[in-house]
Design a protein around this ligand. Structure first.
Ligand code: DC
Length: 231
């Protein structure tokens, strides 16, 4: 009999390396990696393009009815790109225009319901690593391994700056810090599924860890959870 697969959730603050770790874990375990933030970003891109008034529930509903999200594996990245109505928007959703609006869109109950339903469907077969804000608390409350990631804010700003500067050399640390603080605040204080640590989550503070070190810690936790699931 093949080994029982598990669900691994990775929640935490913006830009603390959740996706990098989730991707590495998925690759090592032969699991599927899903970036749930990409879904909120793609929805936000659609809302921006179509000037959807987020204060109007009818307009929001109509917009969601017109949105189809899919993931398609991109071997060059070793992860899946997100498709919005068939268009690959993986690069576009990382731009500041989307980053500065995504938290308000992700705060809408109807938008979250729409995204969570699809996320739960993706996890039906288990064998999945999903990162986000509410994955261990709302999407998969019974996940076998929940990791809550955190890192010092200055370190997060520097990491994010480096990432964004590759595409936009004029971006400044102040701008990145402002966006990050605003998102952290909105994500943690919204009434719908705010970012919070699940009671049974294991905390990983990676401020002073290399990617290899954090991978080693998380992989040991994953192995432990898999062994337990296989009793
Ligand atoms: O992880 P990220 O920075 O790509 O996420 C983009 C935004 O989406 C972020 O502001 C919080 C929101 N988000 C969320 O509310 N719930 C999730 N499960 C994932 C992301």
């Amino acid at each position: 009999m093949s080994a029982q697969k598990i669900i691994i959730t990775l929640d935490g603050w913006s830009s603390c390396g959740k996706s990098t770790l989730a991707k590495a874990l998925a690759r090592a375990l032969g699991y599927v990696f899903v970036d749930s933030g990409a879904m909120y970003r793609a929805i936000t891109l659609f809302f921006i393009r179509n000037q959807v008034n987020i204060a109007d529930p009818v307009a929001v509903e109509k917009a969601l009815e017109a949105i189809q999200l899919q993931f398609i594996f991109n071997p060059a990245r070793g992860a899946s790109d997100i498709l919005l109505n068939g268009e690959n928007v993986e690069a576009l959703i990382r731009e500041m225009t989307v980053a500065s609006r995504v938290s308000e869109v992700a705060a809408l109950a109807r938008v979250r319901q729409f995204a969570v339903q699809q996320q739960q469907r993706l996890g039906k077969e288990k064998g999945i690593v999903m990162d986000g804000r509410d994955i261990g608390t709302v999407v998969f409350p019974h996940a076998e391994l929940k990791i809550f990631m955190t890192a010092d804010k200055d370190i997060r700003v520097q990491r994010r700056l480096k990432e964004l500067q590759a595409a936009n050399p004029s971006i400044t640390a102040d701008l990145v810090r402002e966006n990050l603080e605003q998102r952290d605040h909105l994500d943690a204080t919204r009434s719908e599924s705010p970012l919070r640590q699940a009671e049974d989550a294991r905390v990983l503070d990676n401020s002073n860890l290399s990617p290899a070190q954090q991978f080693e810690i998380a992989m040991a936790w994953a192995q432990e959870a898999i062994d337990q699931a296989n009793g």
